[in-house]
Design a protein around this ligand. Sequence first.
Ligand code: NAD
Length: 460
Amino acid sequence: MTDRIESFIQSRAGKKILGALGVSTPVELQRYSPQQSSFFSGRLLLGAASDAQLLNAAADIIQASDADVLADASALEQCTALDKTADEGRYNALVFDGSGLKNGLELVQAYRFFHDNIRQLASGGRVILLGRPHLQSANAEQAAAQRALEGLARSLAKELGSRGSTAQLITVADGAENNLGAALRFFLSPKSAYISGQVVKISAADQSGEVDWHKPLAGKTAIVTGASRGIGEAIAETLARDGAKVIGIDVGAMEVDLARVMTRINGIPLVADITAADAGDKIAATAKDAGGVDLIVHNAGVTRDKMLVNMSEQQWQMTLDINLASAQRITAKLLEDGLIRNGGSIVGVSSMNGIAGQRGQTNYAASKAGVIGYVDFMQHDEKLRAHNITVNAVAPGFIETAMTAAIPLFTRMFGRRLNSLSQGGLPVDVAEAIAFFGNPLSRGVNGNTLRICGQSWFGA
Ligand code: NAD
């Protein structure tokens, strides 16, 4: 039944009906493959507003890829490392440094760059704007100009999404120029295929060295809760693919599936209910045996949907405990025992519904909004900062898993298309973002909640 309806949607008549409703049919997204020799290949045009402060850092990073790098007149003038002028050909990426913009009228420089070049962006292309955190501006005019870049990035993402292209804004704090690399590589690469219209902030942090693009987590150990299926399985697989040793956790009822996944990736299975009183001790003991961990991913989650008026306290409390409170208890225990290594990462799994709210999901949305609150607060935690440990969250939108397969057919079919890329994401899309947070070169990526939703029409 589902297949028949899906093939109708892909037919000419189906596309016409969806088109009339303003819903376009999707372009197939290119995702990571180990055969790709570098994080980016193809033609990339680099542009800059006057007084660009991030151009040199961006040029260094991009020139270390397989990109054929061209530059607009302003970028050529401001960066001696660039020598190739923009031409009439197609581009696979447009990168614009707007960090020097000081007031609203100067934004016309961004307008000109995109107006002149956006038609040449190939489908599946990338647009990246670079700016400064607006609240760190010298005055209100500059703050307005820097914040304006966000509106531009999000709107470009909406204009480009039907061609499978994405657009983001990366804001780089003063002194964090050397921390830009991991984010720029990630958002230019196929690993970020299902992320669009996002703002990612980079702050100053200690980090050094080189990281292999294909094995960024070599030598690292990661804990993943709810690892036996769905998004958790993809997270475990992706972290292992990137070189990490994975400790996968799930409940007793999922023991066989957990063992299957862990055997496949040479990981360590740990059967535990994360809400149990002894869960923290059990997880800490396994982490200790592994010599500490570098990454903890709080993926386990449940829905217990009911209108609030019909929801039992047990349904409320169980959802809040699994999705929110137990993750905090486990993190606190690992930190208390010093089991999260210096330069480590804590990652929460929120949800688009935690941002937008959802009818029948007061418990779920509250728990997932709580995850964001936890990240917002903990990014400033002195103990974490002292150990260079970051805290971030992903907020998935419509991801094709058992959880979304349980949504009634028609809601599901429309639900997966209500975003700029007109399709549901894959579990691996969430996993790639988590691997990006865990990358040793992402120490400046702290306090972000990154939506993995193809720029869903809801919530932001
Ligand atoms: P899923 O139901 O397929 O997997 C969840 C896993 O968590 C299961 O293996 C389950 O056994 C485990 N788990 C549940 N309670 C547990 C407990 N008390 N202790 C240990 N493990 C427990 O769900 P999914 O779709 O893969 O979602 C994974 C995460 O992503 C969840 O936090 C979910 O809220 C979030 N999310 C999913 C979507 C989506 O579209 N699928 C969207 C937004 C957010």
